[in-house]
Design a protein around this ligand. Structure first.
Ligand SMILES: CC(C)(COP(=O)(O)OP(=O)(O)OC[C@H]1O[C@@H](n2cnc3c(N)ncnc32)[C@H](O)[C@@H]1OP(=O)(O)O)[C@@H](O)C(=O)NCCC(=O)NCCS
Length: 172
């Protein structure tokens, strides 16, 4: 049994290869390397990278991209390395993004999620997000609807620390 320690910080040179691999394992129409590079130069875009030191290996465990516009943030992309899912990592990543945004006086958080993506919807609901609208056929690959989910940032309870996510097995 070993703790999965998660260190959340800024993007570092050298992370991109792992990020793109996680992205490809996570989405039907993954972002290309160029899309990530564009995000990094976009003034409203913020990117967090979660690194784990599981079994003495340093891995990119997760990443989260959000946009910050006036008093609102928009969760643009979040994914966790498949073999590390269900360990609370996305929860910690989202908490960290929300904590940082709250410090910058953001009040509202929005996102779009595929109607079929129930794991992500369950996670957002645990944070207090609710569905406020639908964008019919929003995703060009499958023409699936997007659910628009929103939450009041001030109402979300946030834990103080974001490093150790779980004691448990795993073979990464
Ligand atoms: C969605 C995703 C980011 C969740 O990451 P994660 O680290 O596994 O999430 P957490 O362990 O923090 O789980 C938080 C909650 O989400 C829900 N959840 C997560 N995965 C779930 C699953 N497979 N089935 C049902 N509920 C799930 C649960 O309510 C969970 O709480 P619990 O473990 O106490 O039951 C991850 O599955 C992923 O990378 N998916 C592919 C990319 C994606 O869909 N991104 C979201 C785009 S909107």
């Amino acid at each position: 049994m070993e703790e999965i320690k998660l260190e959340i910080g800024e993007y570092e040179e050298g992370d991109l290869r792992e990020i793109v691999a996680i992205e490809r394992d996570s989405f039907l129409t993954p972002w290309s390397e160029n899309i990530f590079l564009n995000e990094m130069t976009c003034p409203i875009s913020r990117m967090l990278v979660g690194r784990s030191y599981h079994l003495q290996k340093r891995l990119v465990a997760a990443y989260l991209v959000y946009w910050s516009v006036e008093d609102e943030i928009h969760i643009h992309n979040i994914a966790v390395r498949p073999e590390l899912r269900r360990n609370g990592i996305a929860t910690r990543m989202l908490e960290e993004a929300l904590r940082r945004s709250r410090r910058e006086d953001a009040r509202r958080v929005t996102l779009e999620v595929r109607r079929s993506n129930l794991p992500a919807q369950r996670m957002y609901e645990k944070f207090g997000f609710s569905v406020k609208g639908v964008r019919p056929g929003y995703y060009s690959d499958t023409h699936e609807d997007a659910l628009i989910m929103c939450a009041d940032l001030q109402m979300i309870p946030l834990a103080a620390d974001a490093t150790v996510v779980k004691s448990g097995g795993g073979d990464v």
